[in-house]
Design a protein around this ligand. Sequence first.
Ligand code: NAD
Ligand code: UDP
Length: 335
Amino acid sequence: MNRFHGKRAVVLGGAGFLGSHLCERLLADGASEVISVDNFITGDERNLAGLRMNKRFVSLHHDITEPFSFNGPVDFVFNMASPASPIDYAQLPIETLRVGSLGTENGLRLAQQKGAVFLQASTSEIYGDPLVHPQREDYWGNVNSVGPRSCYDEAKRYGEAIVAAYRRVHRVRTRIVRIFNTYGPRMRLNDGRVVPAFVGQALRGEDFTIFGDGSQTRSFCYVSDLIDGIVRLALSDVEEPVNIGNPREMTILQFAEAVREAMGGESRITFKPLPKDDPKQRQPDITRARTLLGWEPRVRLEDGLRETISYFRSVAERPSPTRQSETLADAGPSL
Ligand code: NAD
Ligand code: UDP
């Protein structure tokens, strides 16, 4: 429970889906202060609503591609900042490349200055459309460097490279988590990823849109399992990349069936063209996480989907947000 007791943590991208869950978990684990730094480009103030009254939590509005620093000690820097859904990064390709490169380096500089542990949220996308299955961390990947996903894949590959360089040159204590498809409450209903897409369609009584013939596979990890893996990695001394994801693999057609069953609806299927470079298969090999971190996913898809669906039902009608975060300038010298 008190694994972060007395520790001050900075979460870059703390207002996003995963970042907000991480902020909550760090506070629950006893962190003395958690500072979220986010420009809200794909995040949402409402993800932080439950933390507003917590005196150990600060939310700053700042674009991490611009330099930043804080007074006082920092023990951990978690870099969760980046557009992450294929629709988001297709609309924001340059922002995605800039946050993955300049933003990551600014975060590394902070960790170097403070002697903090730096944890990089990397992705299964660094394996591209993989030719090795399931994907182990020692597979180098199959990525199209100029395709529609390249702004994300290459930014994340560069991110891993600059993290490794700061470890070698400046001896920053670095961790790299390769996150496989993760879902749960606080995903945006309209972010285009398959979980909110199908749940949203079922809620509106629309057909499921399946891209291609639905034979492509993914492996879905519930958010609490993922955050648990990230926390274990941050507290370990493992410097090589670690896959965190749920190895239960299924086709997208099977996933549509699982959502239909969970929602008890009648949704039918409409087939749409498969986007270019859409990976045909994806399943994490989690041997490294099991052996080095003692980590294993616990939440069954059926249970995770139930939580997620109930969240999406609750937000389907909610009003728009009001801005409440401070800018770095507002926050004053104490940070
Ligand atoms: P998200 O879009 O909900 O969160 C990303 C956050 O980063 C947002 O709050 C956004 O506003 C913020 N951000 C983006 N650019 C920024 C900038 N320049 N300055 C400050 N803040 C900025 O996405 P997510 O699903 O929570 O993903 C979080 C991280 O995990 C990302 O780095 C993503 O690549 C990685 N990841 C996620 C998944 C997944 O399945 N959710 C899979 C693989 C990797
Ligand atoms: N997908 C789909 N219908 C949708 C959204 C996505 O069939 O409405 C497919 C998509 O083509 C991909 C898989 O579901 O094969 C997972 O897509 P997502 O965008 O969630 O994440 P990805 O793993 O591709 O980054």
